[in-house]
Design a protein around this ligand. Sequence first.
Ligand code: NAX
Ligand code: ADP
Ligand code: K
Length: 515
Amino acid sequence: MPVYPSDPYPYDLPPYIVTTEEMRQIEGRVFRAGMPIAALMEKVGQLLSQRIQELWPQNRYPQLGVLVGPGHNGGDALVVARELMLRGYGVILWHPFRRAKPLTADHLRYAQSLGIPVSPDINDLGHCQGIIDGLFGFGLERPLTGEVLESVSQLNRWQKAVISIDIPSGLDSDRGTVLGGAIKADHTLCLGLRKLGLMQDHALDVIGKLELIDIGLPAKDITAILGDRPPVQCLTPALWQTLPLRRSPSTHKYRQGHSLLVGGSATYGGSILLAALAARETGVGMLSVAVPHHLKPLILGQVPDALVIGCPETKNGAIAQLPGDLDLGRFQGIGCGPGLTTETPAVVDQLLDSSCPLALDADGLNLLAQGDRLSQLVHRKAPTLLTPHGGEFSRLFPSLIQGANRPLAARQAAQETGAMILLKGARTAIANPTGQIWINPESTPALARGGSGDVLTGLLAGLWSQMEPLSATLAATWWHSQAGCLAAQENTVLGVNAWRLTNYLIPALRSHPID
Ligand SMILES: NC(=O)C1=CN([C@@H]2O[C@H](COP(=O)(O)OP(=O)(O)OC[C@H]3O[C@@H](n4cnc5c(N)ncnc54)[C@H](O)[C@@H]3O)[C@@H](O)[C@H]2O)[C@@H](O)CC1
Ligand SMILES: Nc1ncnc2c1ncn2[C@@H]1O[C@H](COP(=O)(O)OP(=O)(O)O)[C@@H](O)[C@H]1O
Ligand SMILES: [K+]
């Protein structure tokens, strides 16, 4: 059973994520090359009809209501309505608009000529088992108002099964924000390429399950438009191909990397342990864990294969300093922050001054936000990764409005600091200083609990010692969420505590399909 659902993404499609303008330009090239708009609409309608019949078999969804907008999203919906009616579904259209684009008007006229009823009153769809949302696509220009907004709210109150074409109507296709109101969909069948708005955390509640429908956009047209700028793309299962990392028969532990984790305190003892348990699963040759002296037995008891460095501690039980003889040059990946507390900035300064690849999380980030550390980061020569969740990000980059567009905020932070930014969330975004962005399209709300970020830090520290930092960061993010998905599948969405998550890291690797 593959960890990630086998159906929603045709992964052979380019994993690009586009803005509305880029989508318009790509489609514009296709039309200028001779593809009639009507032909593409018909093709789109056929593809949507096939998928909807799979999702909604006629015996369970005999009556369908179709919301028909004034633009080409409405045109798509009319092709779908006609095709499903011809296959025996009962279909009724809702179209409260006085005018529509010519192509849409033609399809509306044809649907009526076939006897498909049209009503301006949303209540006439109350008997339907399923609703197909073809109100607005990426052409939505202003918030929904008046009767349209009221009808959308009425529809949402019914809580019927809803499939949205391209994007849920009312959603801004770039920012993922709701413009006045939005259809709450169970499935969104996105056409051609994923829109940036669909990959925003705050849009997830209205999108439902996102599926990409391949409408045959030629790669040459996609790259012609996207080629001159760093792409925004999805993480894909291809990242599994690198895991589990291959090993030569003649290897030895020092060729498999040596990672260091720094953290833990009397206040927060468990987070560094979770990070250590996760780092261990990466197969890293050697794992060192620097904790306040009193935590040494805890770590050794659970991770006997780790080299535990007992550090001098403050009166509050936090690390006072790293041992003077600790040679940071021995490590190819350092993860600092889980449970560290902000008592001893000198620890973070020492790591920042080193030339080691460094991932900062939790209190490591809170210390970074103090003084001029963040502005100094751009001078750091070694690879650096920051892994803030939303709150830590706002403390670090108060001027970046991440709420409206988290991926773009992460990109700006990466370009300002010269560090890679992994902005954690429901759709974690990873940005590198060259401006590229990766968004994780598959995760589970089961991870929304304390400790799961510590597990990610452990994976990062472990993989950074064995892979090139960017590939390691992308692979760790995908691995982390896939393990969460598998754990949720087997223990319900409430059963994925961070400890159990560490026990699903290897099973998740075993369950991913080997190509
Ligand atoms: N561009 C194309 O030819 C294709 C478009 N496709 C479909 O068509 C969609 C884009 O079509 P359009 O560009 O026509 O845009 P939409 O279908 O999203 O609708 C835009 C229309 O709605 C009106 N409108 C916008 N905001 C409104 C509001 N708040 N209240 C009332 N009316 C409002 C506009 O005046 C415009 O007439 C895509 O999302 C996709 O579903 C696909 O069929 C592929 C081909
Ligand atoms: N709703 C959600 N859906 C999917 N993943 C989530 C969701 N909320 C949080 N996560 C993930 O869970 C982890 C939470 O990390 P973090 O907030 O740092 O937790 P902690 O610091 O307590 O370990 C991140 O990897 C984040 O991407
Ligand atoms: K729609």
